[in-house]
Design a protein around this ligand. Structure first.
Ligand code: OAD
Length: 246
């Protein structure tokens, strides 16, 4: 795989790099993306039912069953080459931040230390009534009405659903990191969901060099300094090799 000289130099010179990731980075681990192709999640599951507060209130058991299945699936799968290469970049560059829209925890499993989860995490639950937050016990058996240890109200997965605000602190930190990076690499994001999709524009406005890695084109194509079309799990190791081993 051949890469432009400028791209290689920009990465070599960078002191602060942000990886901004979406469902495409986990696709080669076996996790379907949300909205591209016949196997995508929202083709088969209605987001109104599974990813909104009214959907949860109407049928919490159904929603819990779905997230339970997702947790079991994630547990059985593994981070792929793209997650591992992103984690390896910590050894090379002074400040590396991963900002992800994914809830699968694969960046942490691959060893990334600074991960901002914009859409929450399946590793956590929170209570529907008061927002008390708890680490999900990965060994627990399915409970169709899990209750909060603090106030007894119903628990829900601690993920961001449609119509909900992103976690304040996470979004603020993500904006800060995007305003203060030299290079932003956007991987496997459809760029359809806001406000997360604003972040690459924040980086560009602050003078960062923007690289996009995606199987398809997105509305970032016009503004990215470099578009690398293909699979993240193939491009990321090749990029690493071109930057450090050539
Ligand atoms: P999408 O499913 O919308 O988009 C996945 C993107 O990854 C697409 O642009 C694909 O072309 C690309 N892609 C797929 N496989 C790839 C691969 N192997 N290598 C590189 N690129 C690949 O997922 P997101 O953009 O993450 O939110 O979706 C954003 C949010 O919408 C999600 O966090 C979720 C969803 O609804 C909530 O549930 C709140």
């Amino acid at each position: 795989m051949k890469f432009e000289r400028t791209l290689i130099e920009k990465i070599r010179q960078a002191q602060r790099i942000v990886f901004f990731t979406g469902a495409g980075v986990s696709q080669e681990s076996g996790i379907p993306t949300f909205r591209d192709g016949p196997n995508s999640v929202w083709q088969h599951f209605d987001p109104e039912v599974y990813a909104t507060v009214p959907g949860f209130d109407k049928n919490p058991t159904k929603v819990w069953e779905w997230y339970w299945e997702r947790r079991q699936t994630f547990k059985a799968l593994k981070p792929n080459a793209a997650h591992h290469v992103i984690a390896a970049w910590q050894e090379k560059i002074q400040k590396v931040t991963v900002i992800t829209q994914n809830i699968d925890g694969f960046h942490q499993r691959a060893g990334s230390q600074s991960v901002i989860e914009l859409h929450g995490s399946l590793a956590m639950d929170k209570c529907r009534a008061n927002g008390h937050s708890f680490k999900h016990d990965g060994n627990s058996v399915f409970d169709e009405h899990p209750s909060c240890a603090e106030c007894g109200s119903l628990l829900r997965p601690d993920v961001v659903w449609f119509g909900e605000a992103l976690p304040d602190v996470a979004y603020y930190q993500a904006e800060m990191d995007c305003s203060n990076c030299d290079v932003l690499i956007c991987i496997g994001c459809s760029m359809d969901i806001y406000p997360a999709a604003n972040l690459p524009y924040t980086a560009i406005a602050s003078g960062a060099y923007l690289i996009q890695i995606n199987l398809n084109s997105t509305n970032l194509n016009e503004v990215a300094n470099c578009n690398l079309r293909g699979k993240a799990g193939e491009i990321m190791p090749a990029l690493w090799q071109a930057v450090y081993e050539n």
